[in-house]
Design a protein around this ligand. Structure first.
Ligand SMILES: [Zn+2]
Length: 175
């Protein structure tokens, strides 16, 4: 059995990037994480976290939960509406890289694969990735600013759920 921390990106007051339909990251994951949760493998303990009092407090809460792995849910955005694809952000630690590869291999979408991006402390996503005590990854499964990515992501959200399941199953194999 693993303790799995699932984190809604951003917060109620500052929702992050928006889709072409004007829905921000926070609202998207607030809605979808509860649905995704119903498909996740039984026998693990899951807890959904949201940022209420800043990022430092969130990281402390996740550490106090003693999660075995932590997954933060986001999506990308660009002023260039042609920018597209999915990627995983990682601290670069071997166990985080293993989870990142499990996501990339498991996501059977037709959205373009942009690979793994390593983020150090001080870079976007770096605080969460480097200050959590357990293997952590940050998912950017599509560009909200790209109409086709949005269409593919929401149409095939089950493919995304399957990739999250692969990450969770990988938690058992971590050193
Ligand atoms: Zn974000």
């Amino acid at each position: 059995m693993s303790n799995i921390a699932l984190i809604i990106g951003h917060d109620m007051n500052s929702g992050g990037a928006v889709t072409v339909n004007g829905v921000n990251e926070y609202s998207t994951w607030f809605t979808y994480l509860n649905t995704i949760l119903t498909f996740l493998p039984q026998g693990n303990q899951y807890k959904v976290f949201e940022r209420r009092n800043g990022l430092e407090k969130l990281v402390r809460d996740v550490n106090d939960y003693r999660a075995d792995i932590a997954i933060s849910f986001h999506f990308n955005s660009s002023s260039n509406s042609k920018a597209n694809g999915f990627e995983v952000l990682s601290s670069g630690y071997p166990s985080s890289m293993m989870l990142s590869r499990a996501f990339l291999d498991g996501y059977k979408t037709s959205i373009r694969n942009r690979g793994i991006k390593v983020r150090k402390l001080g870079e976007d996503g770096g605080y969460f990735l480097n200050k959590t005590n357990m293997p952590a990854i940050l998912l950017e499964p599509f560009f909200g600013s790209n109409r086709k990515d949005c269409h593919l992501f929401f149409r095939d959200i089950n493919l995304f759920t399957n990739a999250v399941i692969d990450v969770i199953n990988k938690a058992k194999d971590l050193p």
